[in-house]
Design a protein around this ligand. Structure first.
Ligand SMILES: *Cc1c(COP(=O)(O)O)cnc(C)c1O
Length: 347
């Protein structure tokens, strides 16, 4: 079993940090008159500071996910949680982080900003995770390991048992980014959260929930880690409009994103449409809302799609992704146009 210990994992300066105490931290009850925060007293719906602890929204999301609110952090996108995990744990110049490759680019960027060396461990050729290979690369200076499931840009789920092997031995935090989990047939790893104090799961309202513009993401983990993230975030990291909009979305949909079924059906239709095109080298089964497709001349295909007004993502420079374009599932009309355009380009 992992010998993870929050205190040892934290940077020394974070261990003893006294966080900023806002007016709303010092008084959070109901009052007749609020003269404590230097706000403009004239009501316009936004003249008051937002709740720094997101109390109502955290309660609502926790109930939906079956969690204690103490296990939930909300950030300005899950990108904020990624950044804060680095700032909480990694001493610049000495500590290191690790991630699978290919994967989401923000892990490396946040490492670089914090001055932390970053090690990539290749997935297998079929994009599956080899826990043994990753574990062999772990050194005592590693504080964070990033896994992404379903993985961006490959679209596959990582094997649960392989992730558990890593959780069992790593004395830092394993971050499992589940930004795309809603699109998959899996319910992810939330059920392991009480069992592994070194597991942090990231979720987001940016993808399946159709709320990329509001910027709201989640980190789920043991209360000690979550309380540290709460302590080091900007006091008002989620504005009032964001908190209200996410609450409305959850209340309206009883916990299931509105267009999820359509997007999943369209993913299958897009897959079949592209698969049957002559000149497609390979197409990868996806549990996310995008499909990775291999062609002979990715740059050329990318540019020709662009000439027709369609933008996809060229991922051909990423590890194991030579020749690959990543295509997001659009509306039925958009997908049809994409299929016909590729057909014309490759014929
Ligand atoms: C899109 C994406 C996110 C989302 O980040 P937000 O900041 O919540 O919008 C996180 N992780 C991965 C792998 C993604 O692809």
């Amino acid at each position: 079993m992992s010998d993870f210990e929050v205190t040892r994992w934290l940077r020394p300066n974070i261990r003893g940090l006294e966080p900023y105490s806002s007016a709303r931290d010092e008084f959070s009850g109901e009052a007749l008159v609020y003269l404590d925060a230097n706000e403009n007293p004239y009501e316009n719906g936004l003249n008051r500071y937002p709740d720094p602890r997101h109390t109502e929204l955290r309660k609502r999301i926790s109930a939906w996910l079956g969690l204690d609110p103490k296990m939930l952090f909300l950030g300005n996108g899950s990108d904020e949680a990624i950044d804060l995990l680095f700032r909480a744990s990694c001493n610049a110049g000495t500590d290191r982080a690790m991630a699978i490759s290919p994967s989401y680019g923000m892990y490396a960027v946040c490492a670089a900003i914090q001055g932390v060396e970053f090690d990539k461990v290749l997935l297998n050729d079929d994009f599956s995770l080899s826990a043994d290979r990753l574990i062999r690369a772990i050194r005592p200076v590693h504080k964070l390991i990033f896994l992404c499931s379903p993985n961006n840009p490959t679209g596959n789920l990582l094997d649960r048992e392989e992730i558990i092997k890593i959780l069992e031995v790593f004395s830092g935090v394993v971050v499992v980014d589940e930004a795309y989990i809603d699109f998959s047939d899996s319910s992810g790893l939330i059920d392991l959260i009480d069992q592994y104090p070194n597991l942090v799961i990231l979720r987001t309202f940016s993808k399946a929930w159709g709320l990329a513009g509001v910027r709201c993401g989640m980190a789920i983990g043991n209360p000690e880690i979550i309380s540290v993230l709460m302590k080091i975030k900007y006091p008002y990291n989620l504005n009032s409009l964001t908190q209200k909009r996410v609450l409305d979305a959850l209340n309206k949909s009883s916990g299931i994103p509105e267009q999820l079924d359509v997007i999943r059906d369209e993913r299958e239709r897009l897959f079949e449409g592209i698969e049957s095109i002559l000149g497609i080298r390979e197409i990868f089964v996806s549990e996310a809302n995008f499909i990775l497709v291999k062609v002979d001349h990715p740059k050329q295909v990318y540019n020709q799609l662009l000439n027709k007004g369609l933008v996809v993502r060229n991922r051909s420079s990423q590890d194991l992704c030579a020749g690959c374009l990543r295509i997001t599932v659009g509306t039925p009309e958009e997908n049809q146009l994409l299929i016909e355009s590729i057909k014309t380009i490759l014929s």
